[in-house]
Design a protein around this ligand. Sequence first.
Ligand code: ADP
Ligand code: MG
Length: 594
Amino acid sequence: PSVGEKYEYQAEVSRLMDLIVNSLYSNKEVFLRELISNASDALDKLRFLSVTDSELLKDATDLDIRIQTDKDNGIITIIDSGIGMTRQELIDCLGTIAQSGTAKFLKALKDSKDAGADNNLIGQFGVGFYSAFLVADRVVVSTKSPRSDKQYVWEGEANASSYTIREDTDPENHIPRGTRLTLYLKRDDKGFAHPERIQKLVKNYSQFVSFPIYTWQEKGYTKEVEVDEDPAEAKKDEQDDTTEKKKKKTKTVVEKYWDWELTNETQPIWLRNPKEVSTEDYNEFYKKTFNEYLEPLASSHFTTEGEVEFRSILYVPAIASTGKDDIVNPKTKNIRLYVKRVFISDDFDGELFPRYLSFVKGVVDSNDLPLNVSREILQESRIVRIMRKRLVRKAFDMILGISMSENREDYEKFWDNFGKHLKLGCIEDRENHKRIAPLLRFFSSQSEQEMISLDEYVENMKPEQKDIYYIASDSVTSARNTPFLERLLEKDLEVLFLVDPIDEIAIQNLKSYKEKNFVDITKEDLDLGDKNEEKEKNMKQEFGQTCDWIKKRLGDKVASVQISNRLSSSPCVLVSGKFGWSANMERLMKSQTV
Ligand code: ADP
Ligand code: MG
């Protein structure tokens, strides 16, 4: 082999390789899934770019993956006709860790160092290209990008801190475009280089790859061949004097040959009939597509017809992926858009889902959009607006489904992770208030441990009660202890405790639920429906002067001092004016200006 230029791996890559090479992990076979998924990504990229630049396809229009095994020498070769890599891309992609699942894996490893379950993590995460070293001690990548006129070879060994890159000058090795990966298997892993074994693994792991995967298989057919007669037999034949014996003898033999065999089913899962797809299939597809290791909380597979036709599978993840960040960062790559099965983009900014729903993941495949659809087209398209409306509706149905599940824990999990998003929806998406409101959850004066829904609140209302009462506070404990609550508790009226800073603004945006207004119990004109005008008049007369006196003493510190019937045991309470900020808002505003 010719010598190439030598490069050092980025430190993270070395660490990852160490982990992989020294892993005793028994499920080594995941390497094939990872390498096939890279091949499929490379084909996706090419197919997408070729829509606008057909030159890219010129010498080879077949988009497929081919896997060949050499069992005597323990070699596996994986060839794709995808986008390939330029020399620089080889350095950037195979010498450093970018945004990939690989980086995610290292992070998870750091997070769970104490768990001591490193080995298992490899199985749960995509560890990408480097998983080749689970089974190989030498890997050779020969690759040709349509943007480069040269083919380059990357070569790396297990347990090494560097790799080499050289030009592939041997015309025998040249491919029109794409990547050929050659794995030289470790002594104990040579068993992977069996055609049947590879076939089984492809069937197992790559059922969602939408390009054909061919494996090199030995085949056979039977045929009749003429055989020379054995002399003893011939003699015997002479004795029975029949006419047929003159015919030559024939024998059935099996003729062997090798050929490519299509090994996977290439129909994308979203095109299949939902009745024929199991929950396990949906979950597998989700984990593979979005590099997730937890099962989703819910999924929804649907087709819409009529004005605009598209198919989609949507998912609610089990946890928020980047914590709080993705509320403000809607560019989550969570929705993958296909047009006529061609992957177009996963880079959206509110075009298909409003930003507060950007946690929803899924695929959308439309026949009505042009293949060369651009961001501008997406933003202005009427079709996209209709799609968005339908998608949002389906997403809400799916979330409602979780909330109605017998397993209360599921919705608690959802609410923990995405409750904030829905509250943001109350503020940003008036049009969908009706869908969001039933999904909200709050603590209340009658349910301090478990959150309740607005429906549960309404069901629990007193017959004469007209409004939904709430108090905003920084905790359940301080809400419970406020004097504002006294009269309501005495009358057995339930009060929602809004303890998340965004709660109050969300509720104020909703204004009402099922025609019942939300009423802040700290506001001055709180009417509990028990006004006794006569009594109030007498009280005012009796204590009017006292009020004037207190107002004089407090001066500008208060707006006014009034007789109130809202307390039962506390002598006085500070309330906000009808049009003023609530005490909680005031606290929030103060914390903002510090
Ligand atoms: P990920 O696929 O998550 O990005 P990998 O470690 O699997 O991470 O791959 C690293 C990068 O190497 C890919 O993002 C891609 O740019 C490049 N790559 C790997 N395999 C191929 C291939 N067969 N063809 C083209 N590029 C590839
Ligand atoms: Mg990968």
